[in-house]
Design a protein around this ligand. Sequence first.
Ligand SMILES: [Zn+2]
Length: 479
Amino acid sequence: MIDAKTFVEECIEKKKEEFIEVSAAVWEYAEGGYQEYKSADLLCRTLEKEGFAVTRNLADIETAFKGVWGSGHPVVGLLGEFDSLPGLSQKAGCPVHDPLVEGGRGHGCGHNMLGTGCLAAAVAIKEYLQAAGKPGTVIYFGTPAEEIGAGKTFMAREGAFDGVDFFYTWHPGVTNEVANCHMVANYSRIYRFKGVTAHAGGAPHLGRSALDSVELMNVGVNYLREHVIQEARIHYAYLDAGGTAPNVVQDHAAVKYIIRAPYIWQLDEITRRIDNIAKGAALMSGIEVSYATESAYSNYIPNEVLAKVMSEAMISIGAPEWTEEDYELAKKFADSVSDNCKSDAVRLITCRYGKEKLEEKLNQPLDDMVAPYDPDHRLILTGSTDVGDVGYVAPTVMASAATAAFGTPGHSWQITGQGNSPIGHKGMLLAAKTMALASIQVMEDPQILADAKAEFMKKNNGVYDCPMEKGVAAPKFIS
Ligand SMILES: [Zn+2]
């Protein structure tokens, strides 16, 4: 009988240079949402080389794909991401802000490691099933545009994940754990205003300004913020301010809103009120407005049964073995962040390790433990992920592995820098081993899977109500 833990650890260690190379290449490509052509191609070719049958252009999205190995049930899915963020370019391992490409994109959310870590897990599961002669199927899903395009939501709506029994994935972070967290639902919505142009000096009475409308809308939404549930978040950015000439009445303008709330039904209620504000602003300016949802994310909650298995798998593997060099580099990154982020690090370390270890961990700011899953305390995090939508198709859990120093803020150049350094690589390999071992344990115990499915059925009765309308295609490009 093969020991799954030893097998998975040896398998991933043996191939780790190959996985690190893939992660580094995706890091360097740093492609945007739905534009991840080179990253997707490299991941597809790596899967093919490892014996997976690859289907590209999944759900009619050019950079979505899957790699399948094995046959029959149980079927495990791994959810790989590989999109980058604008403006977060940074040289590898460099703790002083120094973009690789001035103003360029960077993996400031660590998705190069996310996508590659899931691939490494898929390979290890395949090797194990093959060596043990066990039935089952492992599927790596390439899921584009997580950051703002919600690729998984479109894929889920088109049935790309149907037939999978359960999913595991992970996200790079500053801690090693399977967190009991609720991540909120999210709509990205675009409001376009159409007015009438005129000479702003000579004949302003003939003009109807679209820019005025956007400004009135934003003021209206500022007043709304006081009267929504406290977990809600409403952010906006101008897509089109109507041009650069103040002496031409702006006849076009557009604004993108991102609206977050713990559940879709709360989001729908807030969104209706924002739509009314947009209509009111257009009425005040005497112009027209149109709006549509560009992407949508359902809320994420971990499947408790699968979370416990994954947490125990991570504890049994243990935190990465950090060297003195890793700690030195982490300390430099920790020193580079703002005072507010440093205060966050103090709070996190104190809560995780106790006050007595604060000094030591501030000097060696990398997580060297694995915190157990805590079923009694669920945190509401006001970030979102399209992993939530997959969680309405089948039982799903996401782990976190430390790929950055304590205090490193999300979506930052510091994440880009550490994401292609020994720190990031070690965290990625821990995540890969954890996902592989947990998947094998679930596949080998029908009772665990039955319990996970029973819990899933209680959550939504097995029905996925996609927040994206049928017929609205995934964008080809997302800014
Ligand atoms: Zn992310």
